[in-house]
Structures are given as C-alpha cells and as structure tokens.
Ligand binder design. Sequence first.
Ligand SMILES: Nc1ncnc2c1ncn2[C@@H]1O[C@H](COP(=O)(O)OP(=O)(O)OP(=O)(O)O)[C@@H](O)[C@H]1O
Length: 342
Amino acid sequence: MALVSLTNVTKTYPAAERGGAPVVAVDDVSLDIEPGDVYGIIGYSGAGKSTLVRLVNALEPATSGRITVDGRDLTEMPERELRGIRLGIGMIFQQFNLFGSKTVWDNIAYPLRVAGASRAEIAARVAELLEFVGLADKARNFPDQLSGGQKQRVGIARALATSPRLLLADEATSALDPETTQEVLALLKRVNREFGVTIIVITHEMDVIQSIATKVAVMDGGRVIEHGDVFEVFSSPRNPSSQRFVATVVKGIPSPAELAVLRERHQGRIVTISFRDGDVSQASVFLELAAAGLEFELVYGGINDIQGRAFGHLTLAIRGADAAIDAALSRIASRVDVTEVD
Ligand SMILES: Nc1ncnc2c1ncn2[C@@H]1O[C@H](COP(=O)(O)OP(=O)(O)OP(=O)(O)O)[C@@H](O)[C@H]1O
C-alpha cells in the first residue's frame, strides 16, 4: 500500500484581487508514494510544489480530491487527529527554521517534549541523533554558531526525533554551497537506507534529484506532467515541458544559443544522438557513419550518471552526400534516438 496517495487533488486559492480569477495552485494531481521511496518533486517556481507539500503535511486542506497518509484519509479528519498525523511527518526547510534561542540539544529535544516523551527517553534519543548526524560535539552550541550544513543536520535530527516514517524536504539544500549540499544529500540517503524513512524532496535543483531520488514527478502549472523512475524521466522525458526542464540540467544537450554557435563554426548537418545504458555502443554509431563514407566530428556532448546508470548526448557535425547521410541516420535511428537540428 502507498504511504502517501493523492487522488485527483486540487487546491484553489481565492483571487488576490476582487473580481480576479482564483489561483489553482494544485490541479487534479494523482500520485502514489510507496514506502522507502525517495520521491523528487520538481518544477519551476510557482509550479505548485510547496502547496502540494502543505497538503500532504495536513497544514492546509485540499479543495477537492483525496489524500491518504499511511492509509488514513486526511480529507475528512478532525483537527485533533490531524495533529497526530503531523507528528508522524518530519519536515526540513531551506532556511532550517531552528529555534535561535535554544541549543542544538534543545532544538532536537523539542518535538519529543511536545510529544510528551520522558526525560530519559529524550536524553537517549537526542544523543543517538546527534551521533547519527555527526554533531555530538555541538550539543551545547546555538544555531548561529553553526555553518549552514551543520544547521541543516540539526534540522534533520530534529525532524527525525519522533521517528517519523515520512520526511518532507522543501528546498532543503537550496541555501547551501555545492559541497555542503552533497554532504546533506548523503545524510538524507542514510536516513532513507538505515531508518527506512520515505522522503519527499521538493526542489528546483535537478542535480539534487539526480543524486538521491529514485522517482520523480515534474510539476508545471499545478499539474504533474510526467512522473516515474528518475532514470527514465531524465534520459527520455516525453512531455515537451519536462524536456525543456531536463535539458537545462542534463549534460550534453546544447542550448539554442550554443546550437547557433555550433552551426556557425561547423560545416555539415548537426545531429544529436542520445545514448542510454544498455543501448548500442557509441563505437557502432561511429562505424556506421564511417562505413557510409561520411566525414564527421564530435562538436558537443556529455554523459550523465544517475545512480550508476549512464545516459548521454553526443552532437556531431556530419558532412557528405545528403542521401548517404539520410540512409546512415535512418539505420542509426532504428537503434538510438537521433535528433537533427534544422
Ligand atoms: N496562500 C496562498 N494564497 C494564494 N495563492 C497562493 C498561496 N500559496 C501559493 N499560492 C499560489 O499558488 C501557486 C503555486 O505556488 P507554490 O508556492 O506551491 O509553488 P512552488 O512550485 O512551490 O514555487 P516555489 O518554488 O517558488 O516555492 C503560485 O501561483 C502561488 O502564487
């Protein structure tokens, strides 16, 4: 059974001005998040990602549709029970949201106190979590004595205090530099693997998804326009809008401006060939072109790695008789994706 299940969920906000149109922040979204998933939700600013998280976290009610967490329907649940649901969901934020006047220890202890844990339980759990996030020596420090990465590790420890099954991370690494981002992502991976916590990661940073998510949903205008296995969605996005989004982060796809430069610099037909792990080898493509007597050079390219599986794009300038190029490309296109730039 899915841990989080959304069925035809819509969230509408009233118009900001009188007479204006209401804002449909989440539009008819259906999504299942299975136990153990690290589920990425991506999309440009305003796509509806944060709203979706607030609905799952029961901070706001959906306008229509059904949301279940752990099999329990949030839609009709009284406030008292919703509070219990919220306790079972950890949350980390871009700005960390730590209590500045409390020590690291007290920040992590806070949710346990709210949940009514005993002094001994709190002491044991906080010590365990400090050890887990590698901050045992910072217990008595205050948040403003910590680096951004350390603050987020405290945020993670606090979110895990009540042993939630689900962790929501809303732009949790967006305020961090690339190296610290990788450290925090590695910690989230451990949270998922060692504690079996299901994680929903909201981000506009595709490299975050690439490094930790197993599944991804792409949102645009409140709708989920594509979802599935990260490798599948990133290596062959089907929806034109997700293709544009993916192209901005995937290595090897020239932007329109770069293509214009390539066309100026190189003679011949410009063709991008996309490879996926397990597809045909690059060598066989080059051999095919050479066997057809065509001259070609590699003018742009890149290989991406998503959790050990590779895919990439190579752009070639090919010169020779048009008919020979057409014949070679059609043979190649029967085995890999070929896109000619016109
Ligand atoms: N409380 C609110 N009242 C009115 N409109 C809202 C409210 N919250 C969000 N919206 C609108 O809903 C849409 C989706 O916003 P949301 O914050 O969910 O997007 P997002 O994908 O998380 O964007 P970002 O990455 O910038 O946070 C936007 O048009 C936003 O202006």
